[in-house]
Design a protein around this ligand. Structure first.
Ligand SMILES: [Zn+2]
Length: 175
């Protein structure tokens, strides 16, 4: 069962058991919540960290463990990386890789998972998720229901981490 936040129209918080009937429309960008957010800064689910040439970088407010960062393609609605121009493909993955490096530097996890899914909101985005000794499912991907914690990280702590990420991204030549 998908849970859709009525305010924004498509903020899906739980994995679905089957594809929604309006999937083709969503896939083509109709009512896309991520498109609506581009350029809008921080929102209910994440703190805005930085805007690159190809993606916006956000820090998730409810990580399962510290350091869940999301890049969202910011040049219009596409669902798959291959739908970008060659320049877009190169630029997007460069920003994903540099952001991954920054996350590793700031949080020092045992492993990063770089997940380009879009099964709930089909707008190109990539989540960088940290895995630690305390991990609930070390041998595989985190089950979607464990990607987010019920607890929101306090705002001051999120802002502190976002500042650290900005410094790291700058030093690593993000933009
Ligand atoms: Zn979109």
């Amino acid at each position: 069962m998908s849970a859709v936040d009525g305010a924004e129209g498509a903020v899906v918080t739980t994995a679905s058991v089957r594809w929604p009937a309006d999937w083709p429309a969503r896939r083509s960008g109709e009512g896309c919540a991520y498109c609506a957010r581009i350029g809008g800064g921080s929102h209910a689910e994440a703190v805005h960290v930085l805007t690159g040439g190809f993606a916006e970088v956000y820090l998730d407010r409810r990580p399962q463990a510290p350091g869940h960062v999301q890049l969202v393609w910011r040049r219009g609605h596409i669902a798959e990386p291959f739908e970008a121009t060659p320049e877009g493909v190169d630029g997007y993955w460069r920003e994903v890789v540099i952001t991954s490096r920054a996350v590793q530097r700031v949080y020092r996890p045992l492993k990063l998972n770089v997940m380009t899914l879009g099964n709930l909101v089909p707008h190109l985005n990539t989540r960088i998720v940290t895995r630690y000794w305390s991990d609930p499912a070390p041998g595989g991907p985190l089950p979607w229901d464990l990607v987010h914690s019920p607890q929101e990280t306090p705002e001051a702590e999120l802002q502190r981490q976002a500042d650290e990420l900005r410094v790291a991204l700058d030093e690593l030549g993000f933009s």
